[in-house]
Design a protein around this ligand. Structure first.
Ligand code: BGP
Length: 461
């Protein structure tokens, strides 16, 4: 069968500033929460490898853009580092950073690769975290100022902006489950962080609209379809709660301009509503986006919680649902994540039927693999499993598009093996293998497959 995608379909991949830039790290930018945390608790990072050890995009950006071209990318998403552009988050703009990002943006365009730019991909300037991070409304305003500065500096050439990448992740990681700085476990504070992030997003959108910049603005959300274990109403309710907390807490504000009423009720019932100001609902209503980026890795399987939760524990999502390991589910054998290709279709159909079929694209999808060197054959990683992973998802994406879903592209995570939050190089995702010691780049078999697929705007199978 032939899978042909619409004309001008976006083929590419995504990356982020902190995970790739590396060099110039301690000299030409402000400290971020990741530097701070790594300096204090290196043992929390796989093999104690910190974010300075990357593919050094700051130095190799020209070579890497050539590689993107070789992979037939027509688009590429990366993020700007707030701490590089404005080292203390709120003060003077760093001219070196402006030069760097101008060079990257210009070179991408020169090579026929449309830049997609994210403003915040998990890397909070430490100076902002020191005054409370997203818990502090002053940081919301500082972020809105940073966003406006970026639109002014690069908005004549960047036509696809994203306010945040996966904003729920710093909420979960930093304030619920202790896998990001500041390692807090407190639902009330998590709810405030999530709420202020929505406000920050909306204020950036307001600044974008007010400036009448040329392009469009969106957000990138990691959507995890929540499938109940059974048709039992208790399981269904649990899945609904997971969906409200982890998908709709961002999806509804950015597409509908308001929170789901049942999420507000739920938080009220448990006395966990964050503090709001009168003007906030108007601000959030103005935060509606033009383009949604969807990161999809795996679904969430949910069941009713039948075990007893310690009633003395502060309120946590675990009160409302339990994750469930569905027997027989297909797993990534090289990393413990489920592979469920139809999930990508379910997300698109939900957006089409319940959210007015917004302009969207897959902004990340990817397969992490441990010890990938074991698959080297004749000097190249033969990652057929990744080709199967991508084509499996593309088929369901294709089905969604043929049924009217407004999906405009597919970006993989990621183009070159990169440093990952706490996992460092434990799981590799790239189309290009990175030798960290020598910085040698070698295209994997999946990279060659993707280049051909992008060139043909589809594939046969
Ligand atoms: C997404 C992030 C990426 C990337 C990816 C892979 O959530 O947007 O930054 O890291 O996940 O996850 P990990 O690196 O934890 O394996």
């Amino acid at each position: 069968m032939k899978y042909v995608f619409p004309e001008n379909f976006w083929w590419g991949s995504a990356s982020s500033a902190l995970q790739s830039e590396g060099e110039g790290y301690y000299t030409s930018r402000g400290e971020t929460t990741w530097d701070h945390w790594f300096a204090r608790q290196p043992h929390r990072f796989h093999q104690e490898i910190g974010p300075q050890d990357t593919s050094q995009f700051y130095r190799y950006w020209q070579e890497d853009i050539q590689l993107l071209k070789q992979l037939n990318h027509n688009s590429f998403r990366t993020s700007l580092s707030w701490a590089r552009l404005i080292p203390d988050g709120i003060g003077e703009v760093n001219p070196e950073a402006v030069t760097f990002y101008n060079q990257v943006i210009n070179e991408l365009i020169e090579q026929g690769i449309t830049p997609f730019i994210t403003l915040f991909h998990f890397d909070m300037p430490m100076a902002m975290q020191e005054i409370g991070g997203w818990e502090n409304r002053e940081v919301v305003d500082a972020y809105a100022r940073y966003a406006k500065i970026c639109f002014e500096l690069f908005g004549d050439r960047v036509l696809h902006w994203f306010t945040f990448n996966e904003p729920i992740v710093p909420v979960e990681g930093g304030y619920l489950y202790d896998f990001h700085y500041p390692n807090v476990v407190d639902f009330r504070r998590a709810a405030t962080v999530a709420y202020h992030t929505v406000l920050a997003h909306a204020k950036a959108v307001q600044a974008f609209r007010a400036g009448h910049y040329a392009g469009e603005i969106g957000i990138v959300l990691n959507l995890t379809p929540s499938y109940p274990r059974s048709q039992n109403p208790e399981d269904q309710k649990a899945a609904h709660h997971a969906d409200l907390l982890f998908n709709r807490s961002f999806l509804d504000p950015v597409l509908r301009g308001k929170y789901p009423a049942d999420l507000v009720e739920l938080l009220k019932d448990y006395d966990q509503l964050p503090k709001c100001q009168e003007e906030d609902s108007g601000t959030i209503a103005e935060g509606k986006i033009d383009l949604l980026g969807i990161n999809y890795y795996q679904p969430r399987r949910v069941k009713y919680r039948d075990s007893i939760v310690n009633p003395l524990m502060p309120f946590m999502p675990e009160w409302l649902f339990d994750n469930y390991e569905m027997p027989g589910r297909k797993m990534n054998p090289y990393r413990g994540w489920e592979i469920y290709e139809p999930g990508i279709y379910d997300i698109l159909v939900n957006l089409r039927d319940n959210y007015g079929n917004p302009r969207c694209f897959i902004s990340e999808n990817g397969m992490g693999v441990e010890n990938e060197q074991r698959f080297i054959e004749n000097g190249q990683i033969n990652d057929q499993y990744r080709i199967d992973f991508i084509s499996g998802h593309l088929k369901w994406l294709h089905k969604g598009i043929s049924e009217g879903c407004n999906c405009l592209g597919y970006h993989m995570w990621t183009f070159i093996d990169n440093w990952s939050w706490c996992n460092a190089y434990k799981n590799r995702y790239g189309f290009v293998q990175l030798d960290l010691a020598t910085q040698k780049r070698t295209i994997k078999k999946s990279g060659e497959w993707f280049a051909i697929t992008a060139f043909n705007n589809g594939f046969n199978e």
